[in-house]
Design a protein. Structure first.
Lengths: 113, 113
């Protein structure tokens, strides 16, 4: 089982719809969770982070965390073609005294005009 | 504020050679992390340096090493290059207070022939 799993996609949604991106993780002790966006040929950029169970909203983006079920999701409301990118989930785990950052392989989102 | 810079941007080497990549973090940031990104494996954590000390490390062989200088600039070295080392190497800068909250540089594209 991978430590952080994401559906590779592509996830296709029409412009204006809600895009839902999901991520599951294996380490129940994981403490913090991050979403990065990576455009083709570019570096990842941080979108949001969440530490506590529940929802966290920032503009059109909402991160949802459910530690009991070990999943974190990212909702993008009113999706725009400019949102088309690969979305990476990152989980911070404690590993042998270290805080290890583990990324999922990403979900490719395509927003269709 | 200037972003994260990486040099060189592109590099072509042959098997058996060694290579050194450089990263300058955002001013004031003391944490520098290195990642390898390939289409098949995604973004994989190599190591993190904080105040000139390696604080975290991933599961890469000893051929991959790094260091950080007193001005927070970091270098990564790969010795005895293998074909499988061809990848995009990304450096990420952080304050060091919140693991996972990172700002990525543009990357160095390494091709091993």
């Amino acid at each position: 089982q991978k430590e952080v799993e994401q559906n590779s996609g592509p996830l296709s949604v029409p412009e204006g719809a809600i895009a839902s991106l999901n991520c599951t993780y294996s380490d129940r002790g994981s403490q913090s969770f991050f979403w990065y966006r990576q455009y083709s040929g570019k570096s990842p950029e941080l979108i949001m982070f969440i530490y506590s169970n529940g929802d966290k909203e920032d503009g059109r983006f909402t991160a949802q965390l459910n530690k009991a079920s070990q999943y974190v999701s990212l909702l993008i409301r009113d999706s725009q073609p400019s949102d088309s990118a690969t979305y990476l989930c990152a989980v911070i785990m404690n590993s042998g005294g270290y805080q290890k950052v583990t990324f999922g392989t990403g979900t490719k989102l395509q927003v269709i005009p | 504020k200037a972003g994260v810079t990486q040099t060189p941007r592109y590099l072509i080497k042959t098997r058996g050679q060694q290579v050194t990549l450089s990263c300058s973090p955002i001013s004031g940031h003391r944490s520098v992390s290195w990642y390898q990104q390939t289409p098949g494996q995604g973004l994989q954590f190599l190591f993190e340096y904080f105040s000139e000390t390696q604080r975290n490390k991933g599961n890469f062989p000893g051929r991959f090493s790094g260091r950080q200088f007193s001005n927070s600039r970091s270098e990564m070295n790969v010795s005895t290059l293998e074909l499988g080392d061809s990848a995009l190497y990304l450096c990420a800068s952080g304050s060091g207070l919140a693991a996972g909250e990172q700002f990525f540089g543009p990357g160095t594209r390494l091709t091993v022939l």
